[in-house]
Design a protein around this ligand. Structure first.
Ligand code: PEP
Ligand code: MG
Length: 304
């Protein structure tokens, strides 16, 4: 029995009957662990830009991206372009005058002011991918409209990056997910920000933790909408917010048709085991039961 448990705690994400849900790691640099992951589903690139007076040079960026690509040895890496602003302020961007930074010029919106910053980053990602032979996917944070996604994908293609997607972190993006999917190769749901903007509850506000609970039916409805639309379009829809690390939600997400879960690497074994404990049909039944619950407590009870 011990051997069986050990076997379930390595290898790719699968339901008991072999349905695949990719298990990916969230990293901020090549120093973060990736053991046990099938790839990287969220490479947060902000670290590279922190604590400096100017954007990092092209060469510095290429080194940092290539280090992560090398660490993954050919496995997929999803690089998220700079997500500065709000909870991730950057000194050189001078955003200090904003009364509501979470609703301000953050994430991909920075490209309105400074498209060179985004194009420079995409060029460095493409150069690092070419140098290492990596499979690089890129995605933009804080996309609100299909037009923003189209602009991002065009910039990525101009840089020579074919696999371009966007994050779903704003309810407007989830509500128009079918149109969004027409513009991109894939979607990744950022449940941290999607909760914040759906519930109008600051993600840093401990007092509002109950609104930010990933088992909230309104959040799960948005995830379900995106997953269903992704399946219909034949394009992958993953989750890379903290909800992806919840072993109780993993079979629910699998049942909804989510194609990948990206989390800190240490969380992967428990999520892998939770998936392996259910058939795909059981996951679908769980998802239906959880979606019909009225609140997080009932949702957890419905899951079992
Ligand atoms: C998210 O918002 O869920 C997400 C994954 O991005 P970050 O936490 O970096 O904002
Ligand atoms: Mg986010």
């Amino acid at each position: 029995e011990r051997r069986a448990r050990a076997a379930a705690s390595s290898g790719p994400g699968r339901t008991a009957d072999g349905w695949s849900v990719e298990l990916l790691a969230n990293v901020g640099s090549a120093a973060d662990p990736v053991a046990g992951a099938e790839g990287v589903g969220l490479f947060r690139t902000e670290l590279l830009y922190l604590d400096r007076a100017q954007a990092p040079s092209h060469d510095e960026q290429v080194e940092a991206y290539a280090a992560v690509f090398d660490a993954l040895g050919g496995r997929k890496v999803v690089v998220r372009t700079l997500d500065a602003g709000a909870d991730k302020p950057l000194p050189f961007l001078e955003q200090s005058g904003e009364p509501n930074p979470a609703l301000g010029v953050r994430g991909v919106r920075l490209a309105r002011r400074d498209p060179g910053l985004l194009d420079g980053q995409l060029a460095a990602i493409a150069a690092a991918a070419a140098r290492t032979g990596a499979t690089a996917w890129v995605m933009a944070p804080m996309i609100a409209t299909p037009a923003e996604a189209r602009d991002f994908v065009a910039r990525a293609r101009a840089a020579g990056l074919a696999s371009a997607g966007v994050m779903v972190e704003i309810p407007a993006a989830a509500l128009r997910v079918r149109a969004l999917l027409r513009e991109v190769e894939f979607l990744s749901i950022g449940t941290n920000d999607l909760s914040q903007y759906t519930f109008a509850a600051d993600r840093m506000a401990g007092d509002l933790a109950e609104l930010l609970d990933p088992w909230q039916p309104a959040l799960l409805d948005l995830v379900a909408m995106c997953a269903r639309a992704g399946r219909a379009a034949g394009k992958p829809v993953g989750i890379c917010g903290e909800a992806a690390a919840d072993p109780g939600l993993a079979p629910v997400f699998a049942g909804l048709g989510i194609s990948s879960l990206s989390m800190p690497a240490h969380a992967i074994p428990a999520v892998r085991d939770a998936l392996a404990a259910h058939t795909r049909e059981a996951c679908e039944r769980l998802a239906t039961a959880v979606l019909s619950a009225e609140d997080p407590t009932a949702a957890r009870a419905a899951a079992g």
